[in-house]
Design a protein around this ligand. Structure first.
Ligand code: SF4
Length: 377
């Protein structure tokens, strides 16, 4: 069976102003204990999966900032991953500029990582500062260069749009700079102002000067047109890759492939069930110390729920929702379940349909959430 592993490292040097991910700025004193607890969870749940299903095809270590771990701590985690999961075909580690040097990256490569996802966000120093990032544009460039030196041939860069102070010109400069650095993959995210973040507070106080909505939309249009013109394939709403270099791990999330999530706040999708680990760092460590697994909730989705999720996850991808796969999974024709909705969305120009699949049109991708909501039964 094909399956993947997600490993969560919930530490960052400090929190960015927009971030509501499960991560802690600082907490250096908890890192050793976290590495130990993660080791126990990996041995117990990881080995069980390997025994049942063989070795995973992909492994993705994200956060937080995995590279906020010291080299020694990271070495411990990587050794364990290798001993339990072997050498997955795609092994990605998220890296933030300002946390690694060439030596660190060389070690990551030596220990089995073969792909890096680098959180650049922008090549404009004023914007990076406003975001609360810990690095400059020059440091991001330096990290990319060092990654190449360390032997990484597969690099993904994260960029953001709709940021305070960002104009179309600034965004274009960042995208062009990114292309000059020749990555294999680019992920582009629009800023979401999430409750509880410093940006949210600024917004409440009228201190967050975001670009006008029309400008943000124009930025989105620019990227979705410019990158494909340059030979990039947009294979998912926010993800672009050189042909054949799509992230196998990310694709598996959208294609109903099972995955095991390890670490605080990690989610798993196994045997048709959604599982979630406790998100609180101390609770995660203490639960494992006390000899229990840190699973917080188990959701055994009804067939209806599984169908909805199957549909809108697949619709995020360029390949779209495969009719044959839907029938194999649920024993029903896609059209017998969603026929009327598909017809209407096709008429409205938001979906396109061929013999094999349905997928979002360009107009549909812009209002993706609205289309996905139509697939709730
Ligand atoms: S580096 Fe990433 S995970 Fe960490 S605070 Fe910034 S946005 Fe959040």
């Amino acid at each position: 069976m094909q399956w993947g592993v997600y490993v969560h490292i919930p530490f960052c040097k400090r929190k960015c102003n927009y971030c509501d991910f499960a991560s802690y700025g600082g907490r250096e004193e908890a890192r050793e204990a976290y590495v130990d607890a993660l080791g126990v969870e990996t041995l117990v749940r990881g080995q069980e999966m390997v025994l049942k299903h063989g070795r995973p095809a992909t492994l993705y270590m994200g956060g937080g900032t995995p590279t906020a771990l010291t080299l020694e701590q990271m070495g411990t985690v990587m050794a364990l991953m290798k001993s339990v999961f072997g050498e997955p075909e795609e092994f990605t580690v998220e890296v933030n500029p300002g946390t690694v040097d060439e030596e660190y990256l060389k070690k990551l490569r030596e220990w089995g990582a073969n792909r890096l996802s680098i959180g650049v966000q922008s090549f404009d120093d004023d914007i990076l500062k406003r975001l609360g990032r810990i690095h400059t544009a020059a440091q991001a460039e330096e990290t990319i260069r060092a990654a190449r030196e360390a032997g990484f041939e597969n690099l993904s860069l994260d960029l953001m749009y709709g940021l305070p102070g960002q104009t179309m010109e600034i965004l274009k400069d960042s995208v062009e700079k990114a292309l000059e650095l020749a990555p294999q993959h680019i992920s582009i995210y629009g800023l979401q102002v999430e409750e509880g973040t410093p940006f949210y507070r600024d917004q409440q106080e009228g201190k967050l000067a975001l670009p006008p909505e029309a400008d943000t939309e124009a930025m989105y249009d620019y990227m979705t047109e410019f990158l494909p013109e340059k030979g990039w394939r947009r294979y998912e709403i926010s993800n672009f890759a050189k042909p054949g270099l799509e992230s196998k791990h990310n694709l598996s999330y959208w294609q109903d492939v099972p995955y095991l999530g390890l670490g605080a706040a990690a989610h798993s999708y196994l045997d048709g069930m959604r599982l979630e680990n406790v998100a609180d760092l101390d609770e995660y460590i203490n639960t494992i110390k006390s000899g229990s697994l840190p699973l917080r909730s188990e959701e055994d989705p009804s067939e209806q729920h599984h169908m909805e999720e199957f549909a809108f996850l697949a619709l995020r991808t360029a390949k779209g929702l495969d009719k044959k796969k839907f029938k194999e999974t649920f024993g029903k024709d896609l059209r017998s379940v969603y026929g009327k909705k598909i017809n209407r969305l096709v008429r409205e120009g938001l979906l396109q349909e061929n013999k094999k699949s349905i997928s979002l049109t360009k107009a549909g991708a812009k209002v993706g959430n609205q289309v996905f909501a139509e697939f709730l039964l």
